[in-house]
Design a protein around this ligand. Structure first.
Ligand code: ZN
Length: 67
């Protein structure tokens, strides 16, 4: 199962999601250095490492899919 990080630079927040979360957009996604975006990771360890390495002040887990 994959994991996703949603980086929201406007909120200075990075949120971790599970693969099947309803929050994940189904259409084409765009990742933007300035605005952030969605980034996929193959497993939870990699995703947690990536979450810690984001420069977002707030690093949180999704309350819906509870990764
Ligand atoms: Zn989620």
């Amino acid at each position: 199962m994959g994991y996703w990080i949603h980086l929201k630079r406007s909120l200075d927040q990075a949120m971790l999601h599970k693969d099947r979360c309803l929050e994940i957009p189904s259409g084409p996604m765009r990742a933007d250095f300035w605005e952030g975006g969605w980034f996929e990771y193959p497993d939870k360890d990699t995703a947690l490492d990536a979450l810690e390495n984001t420069d977002a002040t707030s690093q949180v887990k999704c309350p819906l899919c509870k990764p």
